[in-house]
Design a protein around this ligand. Sequence first.
Ligand SMILES: Nc1ncnc2c1ncn2[C@@H]1O[C@H](COP(=O)(O)OP(=O)(O)OP(=O)(O)O)[C@@H](O)[C@H]1O
Ligand SMILES: [Mg+2]
Length: 360
Amino acid sequence: MQITQPAPNLFETILNHLKEAVVFADHRGRIQIFNPVAVEFFRIKEKRALGKRFERVIPYKIIRKQFNSVYEKREGHHDIELAIHVPAVSEEEAQILRCSFYPVFDRQEAFIGCLATFADITEKGLLSREISQSKDLSTIGMLARWMAHEIRNPLSSLNINIELLRDELREEIHLAQKEEIQSLLNFISYETLRLENNLKEFLDFNRLPPLRFEWVQVNEALDSIVHLLRPDAQMKNARLEVHFQRKLPLVKIDVSQINLAISNLLINSIQAVSEKGEIHLITRGSKKNVFIIIQDNGVGISKEHLHKIFDFMFSTKPTGSGLGLSIAKKIISDHHGEITVKSEVNRGSTFRIRLPLNPK
Ligand SMILES: Nc1ncnc2c1ncn2[C@@H]1O[C@H](COP(=O)(O)OP(=O)(O)OP(=O)(O)O)[C@@H](O)[C@H]1O
Ligand SMILES: [Mg+2]
């Protein structure tokens, strides 16, 4: 195929936009492809990497070993997790890369080089460690479903963009590497479809039990939480007081999930107060709603943080995972209710939950 006009470099565009590092070394081990994420991971400029042998470019022995093995055995290794120590970042902290190494052959089956991809999964690794430390299974289930949703949205927009690229490619008559690009696109599209199907299966079959609503007296449900958490407050010499309105109207709720939400709030209050702290748990009823109010005289929340506290994984605590409030908010909104907060630094915080008696 001949190039009659400068071909828009689709191939390069794809490589530049991938979130993974992509490195290709030819049959002599000389680097021919080194995309921007590879530059970031291996801290060497593309210009300096191209044409050099991979041993001189890749600063990590464990990764060089994988390349060598492809050259020796002509076999790939997929999804291996390797920990690398980036000296500039920290002596102790490792970055975890998920890597795949593929031997590449031409149409005559001759070996033409090794393609390697690297994805940084350090954060995910940390996340799974945090999850494994958490004993609350319902929290984990909810978190997992949440994540699945979060991944599914960008994934479908990715698919649309792949289709757009495919359409554009179809119109390119004079593009030299059209076939290669097409097969690369097929590969990406296959992988995203696979991911999408896995997520779909997960969401369909592995969801949390649906909300199990029952008519209850909120005071009774709250009593059991107070009973459980009072010792924690006492350990800090703090008081946990209840002020329940008698004859509160019944509400239709999933008791275990509402309990999870309220305990998250109470735990935050216990953590926020110092010695001689006070935490008040108040209930009120109106014609249309039941209100649950949690008030503490703890450290309070700065204006700067206040709008972020319900965000997934936002935390100001050294060992906090930042899940408590985001989960509480999700539960309350599943009940068609509302959660609001008022807070002042060094004076305390008040969280107010509204649960409608007749949710639409
Ligand atoms: N009662 C409170 N007093 C002061 N700050 C609070 C209070 N409740 C929440 N916060 C702030 O909101 C942040 C988010 O709270 P959230 O419960 O979601 O996460 P966390 O408590 O940090 O971690 P986790 O609950 O997952 O253990 C906290 O880190 C803290 O800064
Ligand atoms: Mg918390």
